[in-house]
Design a protein around this ligand. Structure first.
Ligand code: NAP
Length: 256
């Protein structure tokens, strides 16, 4: 297989959580550009229309699932739907995530639980179900978890988010160790500061926005499209000997 061919996702099926907008939408489109059919997940299929149209315009298929990932007992069914619709599933992108900002001494238990359930517990449960499916069917596969700068740094006002994203790195490494023998690769992508709804509050605060901007060596905030290359690499045969690692896509932020 030539190297360009090894990046192809022709005939592959990818689950992308949080596919309605932001980074999940761009990654779903990137995977479809590389040849994959997509199973998208978010709280409303109506909100996924834009992603669905973009994927279909590339000649790929798109199936939307409406699920609130806080309903933890239903998370595993995502894999069942993908297999029912496409007969198989090869790639899992654990992207959906929420952030709740408050000073740590005021941080509510409700916000803590919501962030941890969406950002970490649902990722554990969905990855477990996906891995079980692959192992039972003797198939290889790829799991890609979306980490953050706050997988490495403490941040401020983001107690649950920071802990959940540190947890994502631990879970990535643990899964990589246990699943390597089954030919399941597990890696993470750590985006820097990206222009999406997730960072709207930060970008509205002109002082914070400029502080962050001035610290980014590449001199600009990231765009969702900036993740396409990394996600296609980790989802494809090109990364077959890469597991337990993190690709940082941050315009140089962590090197500073
Ligand atoms: P976003 O624009 O706010 O999108 C979040 C996505 O997650 C949406 O598709 C949303 O779908 C989905 N989602 C949220 N809660 C959900 C729930 N309970 N059940 C199902 N789906 C849910 O955020 P983003 O910036 O694209 O973030 C995507 C991932 O990247 C997150 O894990 C985030 O932590 C991470 N990240 C972002 C940045 C950044 O700078 N933007 C940096 C580092 C890491 P609906 O709301 O339509 O249901």
């Amino acid at each position: 297989m030539g190297v360009l061919e090894s990046f192809s996702l022709n005939g592959k099926v990818a689950i992308v959580t949080g596919a309605s907008r932001g980074l999940g939408q761009a990654m779903a489109i990137g995977l479809a550009e590389a040849g994959a059919d997509i199973v998208g997940v978010s709280r409303s299929t109506e909100q996924q229309e834009e992603t669905k149209k973009a994927v279909e315009s590339l000649g790929r298929k798109y199936v939307g699932i409406e699920l609130d990932l806080r309903e933890l007992d239903k998370v595993g069914a995502i894999v069942d739907v993908a297999v029912k619709e496409f007969g198989t599933v090869d790639i899992l992108i654990n992207n959906a995530g929420v952030i709740r900002r408050a000073p740590v001494i005021e941080y509510s238990e409700k916000d803590w639980d919501e962030v941890m359930d969406v950002n970490l517990k649902s990722v554990f449960l969905l990855s477990q179900k996906f891995a079980r499916y692959l192992i039972e069917n003797q198939k290889k596969g790829k799991i890609i978890n979306i980490a953050s700068m706050l997988s490495f740094q403490g941040g401020i006002y983001t107690a649950a988010y920071t802990v959940s994203k540190h947890g994502i790195l631990g879970l990535t490494r643990l899964l990589a160790n246990e699943l390597a023998r089954y030919n399941i690769n597990v890696n993470a992508i750590a985006p820097g500061y990206m222009v999406t709804d997730n960072t709207e509050a930060l970008r509205k605060d002109e002082k914070r926005y400029n502080e962050i901007l001035s610290r980014i060596p590449m001199g600009r905030w990231g765009l969702p499209e900036d993740l396409k290359g990394a996600v296609v690499f980790l989802a494809s045969e090109a990364s077959n000997y890469v597991t337990g690692s993190v690709i940082v896509v941050d315009g140089g932020w962590l090197s500073r």
